[in-house]
Design a protein around this ligand. Sequence first.
Ligand code: HSE
Length: 423
Amino acid sequence: MKKVGIALLGLGVVGSGTYRILESKKEKIMRDFGVELEVRHVLEKDTSKAVALGIDLSKVSCDIENVVKDDKISVVAEFFGGIEPARTFLLAVLKAGKSIVTSNKELFSKHWPELEAAAKETGAGIYFEASCGGGVPIIRALHESCQGNDILEIKGIVNGTTNYILSNMSEHGSDYAETLKEAQKLGYAEANPSADVDGFDSTYKLSILSSLAFNKRVPYTSIYREGISKVTIDDIKFGKEFGLTVKLLAISKNVNGKIEAHVYPAFIPDDHPLAKVSGAFNGIYVVGDNVGELMFYGKGAGDLPTGSAIVSDIVYAATRAEHRRYPFILEAEAQDFNDDFVSEYFLRLTVKDETGVLSAITGILGKAGISIDSMVQKAGSNGKATLAFVTQKTTELTFRKALSELEAAPCVTEINSVIRVEK
Ligand code: HSE
Protein backbone atom coordinates (compact mmCIF):
# COMPACT_ATOMS: atom_id res chain seq x y z
CA MET A 1 0.00 0.00 0.00
CA LYS A 2 1.18 3.54 -0.76
CA LYS A 3 2.70 5.10 2.35
CA VAL A 4 2.84 8.89 2.69
CA GLY A 5 4.89 10.71 5.34
CA ILE A 6 3.27 13.65 7.09
CA ALA A 7 4.73 16.45 9.20
CA LEU A 8 2.71 18.54 11.63
CA LEU A 9 3.97 22.06 12.37
CA GLY A 10 2.56 22.79 15.83
CA LEU A 11 0.46 20.79 18.29
CA GLY A 12 -1.96 23.45 19.44
CA VAL A 13 -5.74 22.91 19.53
CA VAL A 14 -6.12 22.08 15.82
CA GLY A 15 -2.74 20.32 15.45
CA SER A 16 -3.62 17.97 18.32
CA GLY A 17 -7.12 17.40 16.94
CA THR A 18 -5.63 16.56 13.55
CA TYR A 19 -3.22 14.06 15.08
CA ARG A 20 -6.07 12.37 16.96
CA ILE A 21 -8.14 12.06 13.77
CA LEU A 22 -5.17 10.72 11.79
CA GLU A 23 -4.71 8.04 14.45
CA SER A 24 -8.37 7.12 14.90
CA LYS A 25 -9.12 7.05 11.13
CA LYS A 26 -5.85 5.47 9.99
CA GLU A 27 -7.44 2.10 9.12
CA LYS A 28 -10.48 3.73 7.50
CA ILE A 29 -8.29 5.95 5.30
CA MET A 30 -6.19 2.91 4.29
CA ARG A 31 -9.33 0.96 3.42
CA ASP A 32 -11.20 3.74 1.60
CA PHE A 33 -8.35 5.65 -0.09
CA GLY A 34 -5.56 3.09 -0.38
CA VAL A 35 -2.99 5.19 1.43
CA GLU A 36 -1.25 4.82 4.77
CA LEU A 37 -0.60 8.20 6.40
CA GLU A 38 2.36 8.18 8.75
CA VAL A 39 3.20 11.15 10.98
CA ARG A 40 7.00 11.21 10.70
CA HIS A 41 7.79 14.53 12.33
CA VAL A 42 6.22 17.17 14.57
CA LEU A 43 7.55 20.67 15.20
CA GLU A 44 6.62 21.64 18.76
CA LYS A 45 8.66 23.17 21.55
CA ASP A 46 6.26 22.06 24.30
CA THR A 47 7.07 18.35 24.36
CA SER A 48 4.34 17.69 26.97
CA LYS A 49 1.79 18.15 24.16
CA ALA A 50 3.46 15.35 22.19
CA VAL A 51 3.65 13.16 25.30
CA ALA A 52 -0.08 13.70 25.96
CA LEU A 53 -0.82 12.40 22.46
CA GLY A 54 1.56 9.42 22.80
CA ILE A 55 3.93 10.73 20.09
CA ASP A 56 7.44 9.31 20.36
CA LEU A 57 9.74 12.21 21.30
CA SER A 58 12.31 11.09 18.70
CA LYS A 59 9.86 12.52 16.15
CA VAL A 60 9.56 15.93 17.86
CA SER A 61 11.86 18.92 17.36
CA CYS A 62 11.92 22.67 16.71
CA ASP A 63 14.00 22.44 13.55
CA ILE A 64 12.21 22.78 10.18
CA GLU A 65 15.24 21.21 8.49
CA ASN A 66 14.15 17.87 9.99
CA VAL A 67 11.04 18.19 7.82
CA VAL A 68 12.64 19.72 4.72
CA LYS A 69 15.35 17.05 4.53
CA ASP A 70 13.14 14.01 5.11
CA ASP A 71 12.41 12.65 1.60
CA LYS A 72 9.69 10.42 2.96
CA ILE A 73 7.61 13.43 4.10
CA SER A 74 5.48 14.68 1.23
CA VAL A 75 2.65 16.51 3.03
CA VAL A 76 3.19 19.21 5.68
CA ALA A 77 0.30 20.57 7.75
CA GLU A 78 0.84 23.93 9.45
CA PHE A 79 -0.90 25.03 12.68
CA PHE A 80 1.17 27.98 13.88
CA GLY A 81 -1.21 30.68 12.66
CA GLY A 82 0.01 34.22 11.89
CA ILE A 83 2.60 35.11 9.28
CA GLU A 84 6.00 34.15 10.67
CA PRO A 85 7.51 31.62 10.98
CA ALA A 86 4.64 29.91 9.08
CA ARG A 87 5.41 31.71 5.79
CA THR A 88 9.17 30.99 5.81
CA PHE A 89 8.65 27.35 6.81
CA LEU A 90 5.93 26.70 4.23
CA LEU A 91 7.95 28.31 1.43
CA ALA A 92 10.90 26.09 2.40
CA VAL A 93 8.86 22.89 2.29
CA LEU A 94 7.14 23.89 -0.99
CA LYS A 95 10.56 24.51 -2.54
CA ALA A 96 11.49 20.99 -1.41
CA GLY A 97 8.47 19.70 -3.39
CA LYS A 98 6.25 18.89 -0.41
CA SER A 99 2.57 19.81 -0.45
CA ILE A 100 1.19 22.07 2.25
CA VAL A 101 -2.08 21.98 4.18
CA THR A 102 -3.08 24.96 6.29
CA SER A 103 -5.94 26.58 8.16
CA ASN A 104 -3.95 29.83 8.30
CA LYS A 105 -6.34 32.33 6.70
CA GLU A 106 -4.19 35.34 7.54
CA LEU A 107 -1.13 33.87 5.82
CA PHE A 108 -3.18 32.64 2.91
CA SER A 109 -5.05 35.84 2.28
CA LYS A 110 -1.85 37.92 2.47
CA HIS A 111 0.63 35.62 0.70
CA TRP A 112 -1.39 33.36 -1.60
CA PRO A 113 0.41 34.38 -4.86
CA GLU A 114 3.82 33.80 -3.28
CA LEU A 115 2.81 30.36 -1.97
CA GLU A 116 1.15 29.47 -5.28
CA ALA A 117 4.26 30.47 -7.25
CA ALA A 118 6.52 28.35 -5.01
CA ALA A 119 4.15 25.37 -5.30
CA LYS A 120 3.94 25.68 -9.09
CA GLU A 121 7.72 25.62 -9.41
CA THR A 122 8.03 22.18 -7.84
CA GLY A 123 4.57 20.77 -8.66
CA ALA A 124 3.63 20.64 -4.98
CA GLY A 125 0.07 21.24 -3.84
CA ILE A 126 -1.47 23.91 -1.61
CA TYR A 127 -4.57 22.97 0.35
CA PHE A 128 -6.56 25.31 2.58
CA GLU A 129 -10.04 23.84 3.12
CA ALA A 130 -9.79 24.57 6.88
CA SER A 131 -8.95 28.25 6.35
CA CYS A 132 -12.61 29.30 5.94
CA GLY A 133 -15.46 27.88 7.98
CA GLY A 134 -13.35 25.38 10.00
CA GLY A 135 -14.95 22.00 9.35
CA VAL A 136 -17.45 23.33 6.79
CA PRO A 137 -16.42 22.11 3.31
CA ILE A 138 -16.85 25.42 1.51
CA ILE A 139 -13.56 25.78 -0.40
CA ARG A 140 -13.90 22.59 -2.42
CA ALA A 141 -17.62 23.24 -2.89
CA LEU A 142 -16.93 26.66 -4.42
CA HIS A 143 -13.98 25.55 -6.51
CA GLU A 144 -14.95 22.04 -7.56
CA SER A 145 -18.72 21.81 -7.35
CA CYS A 146 -19.96 25.14 -8.72
CA GLN A 147 -18.15 25.28 -12.09
CA GLY A 148 -21.45 25.60 -13.95
CA ASN A 149 -22.26 28.88 -12.25
CA ASP A 150 -21.31 32.47 -11.95
CA ILE A 151 -21.32 33.11 -8.22
CA LEU A 152 -23.53 36.12 -7.59
CA GLU A 153 -23.32 36.38 -3.84
CA ILE A 154 -21.62 35.00 -0.76
CA LYS A 155 -23.02 35.96 2.61
CA GLY A 156 -21.27 34.26 5.50
CA ILE A 157 -21.02 34.02 9.23
CA VAL A 158 -17.39 32.91 9.17
CA ASN A 159 -16.22 33.83 12.65
CA GLY A 160 -17.41 31.62 15.49
CA THR A 161 -16.21 33.90 18.28
CA THR A 162 -18.24 36.92 17.20
CA ASN A 163 -21.24 34.76 16.41
CA TYR A 164 -20.98 33.24 19.88
CA ILE A 165 -20.85 36.73 21.42
CA LEU A 166 -23.72 38.18 19.37
CA SER A 167 -25.89 35.06 19.87
CA ASN A 168 -25.34 35.19 23.64
CA MET A 169 -26.11 38.91 23.75
CA SER A 170 -29.21 38.30 21.67
CA GLU A 171 -30.54 35.15 23.33
CA HIS A 172 -29.54 35.76 26.96
CA GLY A 173 -28.82 39.51 27.15
CA SER A 174 -25.24 38.54 28.12
CA ASP A 175 -22.44 40.98 28.64
CA TYR A 176 -20.01 41.46 25.70
CA ALA A 177 -16.73 41.19 27.64
CA GLU A 178 -17.80 38.15 29.71
CA THR A 179 -18.91 36.26 26.60
CA LEU A 180 -15.64 37.04 24.81
CA LYS A 181 -13.75 35.53 27.77
CA GLU A 182 -15.92 32.39 27.56
CA ALA A 183 -15.24 32.07 23.81
CA GLN A 184 -11.51 32.34 24.51
CA LYS A 185 -11.76 29.63 27.18
CA LEU A 186 -13.60 27.35 24.75
CA GLY A 187 -10.74 27.70 22.25
CA TYR A 188 -12.71 29.51 19.49
CA ALA A 189 -11.00 32.86 19.72
CA GLU A 190 -7.77 33.98 18.10
CA ALA A 191 -4.85 34.76 20.45
CA ASN A 192 -5.47 38.46 19.88
CA PRO A 193 -9.22 39.16 20.34
CA SER A 194 -9.03 42.08 17.91
CA ALA A 195 -8.62 39.61 15.02
CA ASP A 196 -12.11 38.28 15.80
CA VAL A 197 -14.08 41.21 17.22
CA ASP A 198 -12.71 43.85 14.84
CA GLY A 199 -13.52 41.66 11.85
CA PHE A 200 -9.98 40.97 10.55
CA ASP A 201 -10.43 37.18 10.70
CA SER A 202 -13.66 37.44 8.67
CA THR A 203 -11.94 39.75 6.19
CA TYR A 204 -9.13 37.24 5.55
CA LYS A 205 -11.69 34.48 5.02
CA LEU A 206 -13.84 36.63 2.73
CA SER A 207 -10.76 37.50 0.67
CA ILE A 208 -10.13 33.77 0.07
CA LEU A 209 -13.78 32.92 -0.65
CA SER A 210 -14.30 35.91 -2.97
CA SER A 211 -11.11 35.18 -4.90
CA LEU A 212 -12.34 31.64 -5.55
CA ALA A 213 -15.85 32.79 -6.39
CA PHE A 214 -14.85 35.59 -8.78
CA ASN A 215 -11.60 34.02 -10.07
CA LYS A 216 -9.78 37.23 -9.37
CA ARG A 217 -7.73 37.84 -6.27
CA VAL A 218 -9.73 40.05 -3.91
CA PRO A 219 -7.12 41.45 -1.50
CA TYR A 220 -8.27 41.62 2.10
CA THR A 221 -7.29 45.30 2.10
CA SER A 222 -9.99 46.02 -0.49
CA ILE A 223 -12.70 44.70 1.84
CA TYR A 224 -14.57 47.30 3.88
CA ARG A 225 -14.43 46.25 7.54
CA GLU A 226 -16.31 47.05 10.75
CA GLY A 227 -16.19 44.95 13.92
CA ILE A 228 -18.88 44.18 16.50
CA SER A 229 -17.67 46.32 19.39
CA LYS A 230 -20.26 49.05 18.79
CA VAL A 231 -23.27 46.68 18.77
CA THR A 232 -25.25 47.14 21.98
CA ILE A 233 -28.01 45.26 23.76
CA ASP A 234 -30.29 48.23 22.92
CA ASP A 235 -29.67 47.73 19.18
CA ILE A 236 -30.44 44.04 19.56
CA LYS A 237 -33.70 44.84 21.43
CA PHE A 238 -34.87 47.35 18.81
CA GLY A 239 -33.88 44.90 16.08
CA LYS A 240 -36.20 42.33 17.64
CA GLU A 241 -39.11 44.77 17.34
CA PHE A 242 -38.41 44.95 13.59
CA GLY A 243 -38.10 41.14 13.29
CA LEU A 244 -34.33 41.41 12.72
CA THR A 245 -31.30 39.53 14.12
CA VAL A 246 -27.79 40.98 14.17
CA LYS A 247 -24.84 38.96 12.80
CA LEU A 248 -21.28 39.78 11.78
CA LEU A 249 -21.55 39.14 8.04
CA ALA A 250 -18.85 38.66 5.43
CA ILE A 251 -20.57 39.66 2.21
CA SER A 252 -19.35 39.71 -1.33
CA LYS A 253 -21.49 40.28 -4.37
CA ASN A 254 -21.03 40.45 -8.08
CA VAL A 255 -23.33 43.32 -9.08
CA ASN A 256 -23.30 43.95 -12.81
CA GLY A 257 -19.67 42.87 -13.06
CA LYS A 258 -18.51 44.94 -10.07
CA ILE A 259 -17.39 43.39 -6.80
CA GLU A 260 -18.86 44.59 -3.52
CA ALA A 261 -17.02 43.10 -0.54
CA HIS A 262 -17.73 44.00 3.09
CA VAL A 263 -17.43 42.70 6.61
CA TYR A 264 -19.77 44.41 9.06
CA PRO A 265 -22.43 43.69 11.66
CA ALA A 266 -25.76 43.59 9.85
CA PHE A 267 -29.37 42.92 10.66
CA ILE A 268 -31.00 40.09 8.76
CA PRO A 269 -34.65 39.02 8.90
CA ASP A 270 -35.35 36.49 11.67
CA ASP A 271 -36.47 33.97 9.03
CA HIS A 272 -33.27 34.17 6.92
CA PRO A 273 -31.34 30.84 7.12
CA LEU A 274 -28.30 32.72 8.51
CA ALA A 275 -30.37 34.05 11.45
CA LYS A 276 -30.64 30.48 12.75
CA VAL A 277 -26.84 30.06 12.80
CA SER A 278 -26.23 30.39 16.50
CA GLY A 279 -23.34 30.11 18.98
CA ALA A 280 -19.90 29.28 17.56
CA PHE A 281 -21.39 27.77 14.40
CA ASN A 282 -20.59 29.14 10.95
CA GLY A 283 -23.02 29.46 8.06
CA ILE A 284 -22.22 30.42 4.50
CA TYR A 285 -25.00 31.29 2.10
CA VAL A 286 -24.02 31.22 -1.58
CA VAL A 287 -26.06 32.16 -4.64
CA GLY A 288 -25.05 30.82 -8.06
CA ASP A 289 -26.82 31.89 -11.25
CA ASN A 290 -27.81 28.32 -12.11
CA VAL A 291 -27.89 26.45 -8.82
CA GLY A 292 -29.68 29.26 -6.97
CA GLU A 293 -29.34 29.37 -3.20
CA LEU A 294 -26.95 27.10 -1.29
CA MET A 295 -26.41 27.01 2.45
CA PHE A 296 -23.35 25.54 4.19
CA TYR A 297 -23.48 25.11 7.95
CA GLY A 298 -21.28 23.62 10.64
CA LYS A 299 -18.63 24.13 13.26
CA GLY A 300 -16.22 26.87 12.20
CA ALA A 301 -13.58 26.30 14.85
CA GLY A 302 -12.31 23.80 17.38
CA ASP A 303 -9.90 20.86 17.40
CA LEU A 304 -11.87 18.06 15.74
CA PRO A 305 -14.07 20.09 13.33
CA THR A 306 -11.10 22.01 11.93
CA GLY A 307 -8.98 18.84 12.14
CA SER A 308 -11.64 17.14 9.99
CA ALA A 309 -11.04 19.64 7.16
CA ILE A 310 -7.25 19.38 7.58
CA VAL A 311 -7.35 15.57 7.35
CA SER A 312 -9.51 15.82 4.24
CA ASP A 313 -6.84 18.04 2.66
CA ILE A 314 -4.06 15.67 3.76
CA VAL A 315 -5.87 12.75 2.09
CA TYR A 316 -6.34 14.85 -1.07
CA ALA A 317 -2.70 15.94 -1.10
CA ALA A 318 -1.50 12.38 -0.47
CA THR A 319 -3.60 10.77 -3.19
CA ARG A 320 -3.47 13.25 -6.12
CA ALA A 321 -1.22 12.47 -9.06
CA GLU A 322 -1.38 16.15 -9.95
CA HIS A 323 -2.34 18.97 -7.61
CA ARG A 324 -4.92 21.58 -8.51
CA ARG A 325 -3.56 24.95 -9.54
CA TYR A 326 -5.07 28.41 -9.09
CA PRO A 327 -4.36 30.07 -12.39
CA PHE A 328 -5.47 33.55 -11.42
CA ILE A 329 -2.65 35.94 -10.71
CA LEU A 330 -4.83 38.80 -11.80
CA GLU A 331 -5.54 41.03 -8.85
CA ALA A 332 -8.86 42.85 -8.71
CA GLU A 333 -8.23 46.58 -9.15
CA ALA A 334 -10.02 49.71 -7.98
CA GLN A 335 -12.30 49.78 -11.04
CA ASP A 336 -13.47 46.21 -10.29
CA PHE A 337 -15.13 47.36 -7.06
CA ASN A 338 -18.26 49.32 -6.33
CA ASP A 339 -17.98 51.39 -3.14
CA ASP A 340 -21.31 53.17 -3.41
CA PHE A 341 -23.32 50.03 -2.75
CA VAL A 342 -27.03 49.80 -2.03
CA SER A 343 -28.31 48.77 1.37
CA GLU A 344 -31.11 49.28 3.85
CA TYR A 345 -30.15 50.86 7.18
CA PHE A 346 -31.15 50.63 10.83
CA LEU A 347 -30.71 54.00 12.49
CA ARG A 348 -31.14 54.69 16.21
CA LEU A 349 -31.20 58.28 17.47
CA THR A 350 -31.66 60.04 20.79
CA VAL A 351 -33.71 63.17 20.18
CA LYS A 352 -35.40 65.96 22.12
CA ASP A 353 -38.90 64.82 23.07
CA GLU A 354 -40.65 67.86 21.54
CA THR A 355 -43.37 68.59 19.03
CA GLY A 356 -42.16 68.59 15.44
CA VAL A 357 -39.00 66.52 16.05
CA LEU A 358 -40.25 63.43 14.23
CA SER A 359 -41.25 65.48 11.20
CA ALA A 360 -37.87 67.28 11.22
CA ILE A 361 -36.05 63.94 11.16
CA THR A 362 -38.24 62.34 8.51
CA GLY A 363 -37.95 65.61 6.57
CA ILE A 364 -34.14 65.31 6.45
CA LEU A 365 -34.36 61.68 5.34
CA GLY A 366 -37.11 62.50 2.82
CA LYS A 367 -35.13 65.41 1.34
CA ALA A 368 -32.19 63.04 0.81
CA GLY A 369 -34.53 60.68 -1.07
CA ILE A 370 -34.43 58.04 1.69
CA SER A 371 -37.71 56.29 2.26
CA ILE A 372 -38.57 54.87 5.68
CA ASP A 373 -39.68 51.26 5.91
CA SER A 374 -40.55 51.13 9.62
CA MET A 375 -40.12 53.07 12.80
CA VAL A 376 -40.29 52.60 16.57
CA GLN A 377 -40.43 55.48 19.04
CA LYS A 378 -39.80 55.24 22.79
CA ALA A 379 -40.09 58.09 25.27
CA GLY A 380 -37.13 58.27 27.66
CA SER A 381 -36.30 60.36 30.70
CA ASN A 382 -35.01 63.97 30.88
CA GLY A 383 -37.11 65.12 27.94
CA LYS A 384 -35.38 62.74 25.54
CA ALA A 385 -36.81 60.06 23.28
CA THR A 386 -35.32 57.27 21.19
CA LEU A 387 -36.25 56.87 17.55
CA ALA A 388 -35.30 53.77 15.60
CA PHE A 389 -35.83 53.53 11.84
CA VAL A 390 -35.30 50.93 9.18
CA THR A 391 -34.94 52.60 5.81
CA GLN A 392 -35.71 51.26 2.38
CA LYS A 393 -32.85 50.74 -0.09
CA THR A 394 -30.50 53.65 -0.59
CA THR A 395 -26.85 54.07 -1.49
CA GLU A 396 -24.08 54.30 1.10
CA LEU A 397 -23.10 57.82 -0.01
CA THR A 398 -26.68 59.09 0.11
CA PHE A 399 -27.10 57.64 3.58
CA ARG A 400 -23.78 59.10 4.84
CA LYS A 401 -24.81 62.56 3.57
CA ALA A 402 -28.19 62.37 5.34
CA LEU A 403 -26.42 61.21 8.49
CA SER A 404 -24.21 64.29 8.61
CA GLU A 405 -27.33 66.47 8.25
CA LEU A 406 -28.98 64.58 11.10
CA GLU A 407 -25.85 65.05 13.21
CA ALA A 408 -26.10 68.81 12.69
CA ALA A 409 -29.87 69.00 13.42
CA PRO A 410 -30.55 70.81 16.75
CA CYS A 411 -33.26 68.31 17.72
CA VAL A 412 -30.84 65.34 17.53
CA THR A 413 -28.96 64.75 20.79
CA GLU A 414 -27.03 61.69 19.63
CA ILE A 415 -26.80 59.25 16.75
CA ASN A 416 -26.59 56.04 18.75
CA SER A 417 -26.08 53.54 15.99
CA VAL A 418 -26.16 52.76 12.31
CA ILE A 419 -26.34 49.10 11.29
CA ARG A 420 -26.89 47.92 7.74
CA VAL A 421 -29.86 45.68 7.03
CA GLU A 422 -29.43 42.79 4.57
CA LYS A 423 -32.77 41.50 3.36
N1 HSE B 1 -11.17 32.64 15.68
C1 HSE B 1 -11.79 31.92 14.63
C2 HSE B 1 -13.29 31.92 14.90
C3 HSE B 1 -11.27 30.51 14.59
O1 HSE B 1 -13.70 32.36 15.97
O2 HSE B 1 -14.05 31.53 14.03
C4 HSE B 1 -11.47 29.82 13.28
O3 HSE B 1 -10.88 30.48 12.21
